[in-house]
Design a binder for this molecule. Structure first.
Ligand SMILES: [Zn+2]
Length: 194
């Protein structure tokens, strides 16, 4: 780490970006703009686990695992929508938080301690360890101050999950294209209602 880095960079060292990439990869399996849901059948979940480098991929993945993955995805999505101030995210937030708190015991984490530091890793192997890695990633981001920077784009035709790299954590859109589109829409709405 060098002194030239900005505060935003400090919040996004490589392991934080691994954690954010994992969680964003999960929420971004949702169907966007009429696309296909990429967590529909066990083969989808197995492929996603393998792509993310998580344990649990293989023929033992069941339909119940897919349902569990989608419930986790929905809960994380609602929290990230709340982070970007989406009203539906804020309304659904208590249920999402309650859900994650209730099921977290299924995916216990243990500290892995060495001379460089200490971080939490899943206590289990297989798909339970794969799901546990999502909680470990959330804990890692929260410990580094990056948790609230995981957001869903506020453009309702986008809703892509993204890591907000703005200096003051004020980003609402995944890209310049989305912020420009939404600014144009707001302008048209003001002209129409004037
Ligand atoms: Zn977007």
């Amino acid at each position: 780490m060098t002194m030239q880095q900005t505060p935003a960079d400090d919040r996004c060292p490589p392991s934080t970006c691994d954690s954010s990439a994992l969680l964003l990869g999960l929420v971004n399996t949702a169907p966007l703009a009429g696309g296909r849901d990429r967590l529909t059948v066990p083969e989808d979940l197995s492929a996603w686990l393998a792509h993310a480098g998580l344990p649990g991929a293989g023929t033992s993945v069941t339909g119940a695992d897919v349902a569990a993955a989608r419930e986790l995805r929905d809960a994380f999505t609602m929290i990230f929508r709340a982070h970007s101030g989406c009203e539906d995210g804020e309304a659904a937030l208590p249920a999402a938080e309650e859900y994650l708190q209730r099921i977290a015991h299924r995916y216990p984490l243990v500290p892995r301690l060495d001379a460089d530091g200490c971080h939490l890793v899943p206590a289990q192997d297989g798909i339970l360890g794969g799901f546990g890695a999502l909680f470990a990633a959330a804990a890692d981001l929260a410990a580094r101050g990056g948790w609230a920077r995981l957001k869903m784009c506020k453009n309702p035709t986008c809703y892509t999950g993204f890591f907000d790299k703005t200096r003051n954590s004020s980003g609402l859109y995944c890209s310049t294209a989305c912020s420009t589109r939404m600014a144009a829409r707001a302008y048209r709405s003001r002209v129409k209602n004037a």
